[in-house]
Design a protein around this ligand. Structure first.
Ligand code: UDP
Length: 461
């Protein structure tokens, strides 16, 4: 873990942060909070009741839970494949309680001055609240720059049929004119509700443009050309402070207990031999897809560590859909866990590749450990990230035909055994070397601090 020098500010300032209540959003927000804390800021986290972080892991922060009415729809998480629905719902259900909480915090006597509120980009309603209170709002965008550019370009609201193409359509494999890196088959995976996605992304992007600044969990050398394009399109200051997890691990904000017993199993495996498989905290797969994964892992003959999150397989509680006697047949060669200490697994010398759904955090964590990927994107930004991994950075193989055992075996061979895989490993190792730049992150945080102290964001007081 890299260390950031701590700095005491001239005047003690408080920053209020508000994460979206999902694992892939909570982790980077709390990591960012830690980075800011080491630079002398006091931290208050306003958070939804759903997926509440554990305050005892952060005794140096103040926590303020707010009512979110998420319990009214939480049972739909397992069945409703429209991911935009949950974010759009939270942008309505949290409004009143967020306003009350923020106004109360600002009115607290004797408290340090509040420098700004930092909210997840997906909480677009917070811009109007911050404007009303004359408080600068900085946005944390938890996905990559490429995803933001793609979402800006794709015609979600056009009611075009392109979001519903199937394998039988002649354009299925063709590039999307608005964002040629993507194929039509990629964008059919982004959402089942293009109109809802269009509403969500245009609200997010408009309110990012109206904000006082945007913090990105990425690093310049990874997305340099996209950074230039974005800075023309978003006329607010941008701060690339990532990769956050290299300064603070995500274990403290894990919503599921991480199974650390597998680290001693990893210790017994040869270097770069293990295929690590995880599809993150929200993706679901069908029983037949799950079985194809199992057959793919059984057929390839290498050790594997597979994270099967309870409820991940549609219609199953956990492992019921595994092929008969799968675990006995695999013996010591394979391990299945409910949740792993992912960053440590990726950093372990035995890990040879990461078969991932390409959530942005997982993608970044893999890059930062120099681990090449096999990509099985499921929804949202994942198909976009997967194209960057396979076609731009060339550090992984995309399973173009989904979960299918022959394709899986071939992809694992390409990454783990072929010359092509060695070249991917070299490229991702070179990105790993560039990923941590303590000087750059300190420069960006100092720039942020200077802007706050000279009132460049419009000082609240
Ligand atoms: N993660 C973990 N253990 C696991 C799987 C994932 O700690 O077994 C963490 C992972 O390190 C990452 C986060 O959960 O920080 C998942 O975020 P990501 O953006 O990759 O995907 P999402 O869950 O949002 O789809």
């Amino acid at each position: 873990m890299e260390t950031l020098g701590s700095v005491s500010t001239l005047r003690s300032r408080r920053i209020i942060l508000f994460p979206l209540p999902f694992q892939g959003h909570i982790n980077p927000m709390l990591q960012l909070a830690n980075i800011l804390h080491t630079r002398g800021f006091k931290i208050t986290i306003i958070h939804a009741e759903y997926n509440s972080p554990n305050p005892s892991n952060y005794p140096h922060f103040a926590f303020k839970p707010i009512k979110d009415r998420f319990s009214e729809i939480a049972d739909q998480l397992a069945t409703n494949r429209d991911g935009t629905y949950f974010a759009r719902y939270l942008n309505k259900s949290c409004v009143d309680s967020f306003i009350d909480c923020l106004a109360e915090l600002l009115a607290e006597p004797g408290e340090e001055r509040v420098a700004c509120v930092i909210t997840d980009a997906c909480f677009y309603f917070t811009q109007a609240v911050a404007d009303d209170l004359k408080l600068p709002r900085i946005v944390l965008r938890t996905s990559g720059l490429g995803c933001t550019l793609a979402c800006d370009a794709l015609p979600f609201c056009s009611k075009k049929a392109c979001f519903y193409l199937t394998k039988q359509d002649s354009d299925y494999e063709a590039s999307v004119p608005e964002f040629p890196l993507l194929k039509f088959k990629d964008i059919t995976n982004i959402t089942i509700n293009p109109q809802g996605m269009g509403d969500l992304t245009s609200n997010i992007l408009n309110q990012m443009r109206a904000s006082s600044g945007i913090i990105w969990n990425t690093f310049k050398e990874l997305e340099e050309s996209d950074l230039e394009t974005l800075s023309q399109d978003f006329q607010v200051p941008s701060f690339t402070l990532g990769p956050f997890h290299k300064y603070f691990p995500a274990s403290g904000s894990s919503l599921i207990e991480q199974d650390r017993t597998i680290l001693s199993w990893l210790d017994k495996q040869p270097p770069k031999s293990v295929v690590y498989v995880s599809f993150g905290s929200v993706a679901h797969i069908t029983k037949s897809e799950f079985q194809e994964v199992a057959h793919g892992l059984a057929n390839m003959g290498l050790p594997f560590l597979w994270v099967v999150r309870p409820g991940m397989v549609v219609g199953s509680e956990w492992l019921e859909a595994l092929p008969e006697k799968f675990l006995e047949r695999m013996g010591e060669r394979g391990r299945i866990v409910k949740w792993s200490p992912q960053q440590e697994v990726l950093a372990h010398p035995a890990t040879g590749c990461f078969w991932t759904h390409n959530g942005w955090n997982s993608t970044l964590e893999s890059i930062c450990e120099g681990v090449p990927m096999i990509c099985s994107p499921c929804l949202a930004d994942q198909p976009i990230n997967a194209r960057y991994v396979s076609d731009v950075w060339k550090i992984g193989v995309l399973l173009e035909d989904g979960f299918e055992r022959v394709g899986i075996k071939m992809a694992i061979k390409r990454v783990m055994m072929d010359k092509e895989g060695e070249e991917m490993r070299e490229r991702v190792s070179s990105l790993k070397e560039k990923s941590v730049n303590v000087w750059q992150i300190q420069w960006h945080v100092t720039k942020l601090q200077k802007q706050w102290s000279c009132g460049a964001f419009g000082d609240y007081m």
